[in-house]
Design a protein around this ligand. Sequence first.
Ligand code: TXA
Ligand code: MG
Length: 323
Amino acid sequence: MNHMSRLIIPDARGLADAVAAWRDGEIVAFPTETIYGLGADATNPTAVARIYEAKGRPTFNPLIIHAHDAAALAPHAVFTPLAEELAVKFWPGPLTMVLNRNTDSDTKRPVADIATAGLSTIAVRVPSHPVARSLLEAFGRPVAAPSANPSGMLTATTPKHVAQEMADTVPYVVVGGRSQHGLESTIIDLTGPAPRLLRHGAIPLEDLEAVIGKIELHTSSEEPTAPGQLTKHYAPKHALRLNATDPAPGEAYLSFGPQVGKLHAIQRNLSEGGDLTEAAANLFMYLHEFDARDDITGIAVAPIPQTGLGQAINDRLARGAVR
Ligand code: TXA
Ligand code: MG
């Protein structure tokens, strides 16, 4: 397959082209500090529908609404005092907050219902990647953006991942290097009586709890349950085998921490120094690399500590192992 999406260099002209495409109701993939997103004008229902179509994503699964700053999101979401505190502390950055939709606002351009899957709540985020910020500021409207991968498949952390895997459905990819965090944003739901964590992500749970105290987990893969109970997500084409201290014949090996014994034939180390931040940034890179090979029978993955970002990494691996 030689045909790829068009890569856009984020100079003044490239940014203007991408913004013009958004204005025309087209979908454009773009870099964020977490992962690559597939964006469209959140106020244009037809444009948002194109996102669902391109990803093969069920329309009952709502999207995150991105903007250049919190003020730009205020017409669309009700910021409680706690939400304001978290916005000050973590934005711009990899935190997504689920808030009630703002129904009092007289904004002329509301977020399309299809973007929030018709819910009375809305997930909002202000990314920190300079290219994302330039695009959002120039566009001046909220942008709905899921991860730029086919639904259920591996997350894209380079422009090439997007351009290759979504070649047939995504016309443009704005280039912005390798994703800094390599994991999706952390999602916290602030619409109930107490904050609830909906997704482990680039901000470790402990960092959030240091600011607002204990957070109830509602990520549904919290207990190491049978894979069948987890929804398949973040899945490579090759089977994943977790907590493997060694690869079986034919398997590629994704290790973590200091090398024990000799290197295996097909091996990548998420972080030799045992650094979970580095491991997170490498995770999808290496899974994509292994997935491109047809000379392996599966991917064995070393145990990853269940602390800090390890929780987000293990969450991705557990769902990716679901067949
Ligand atoms: O880092 C990220 O968050 C990336 C970049 C592009 O910003 N986006 C991303 O989007 O990961 P996506 O669509 O792959 O994941 C968004 C998650 C989904 O699991 C969705 O169900 C959830 O957010 N979500 C969106 N709106 C919600 C809402 N109102 N209530 C609960 N969950 C919501
Ligand atoms: Mg996703």
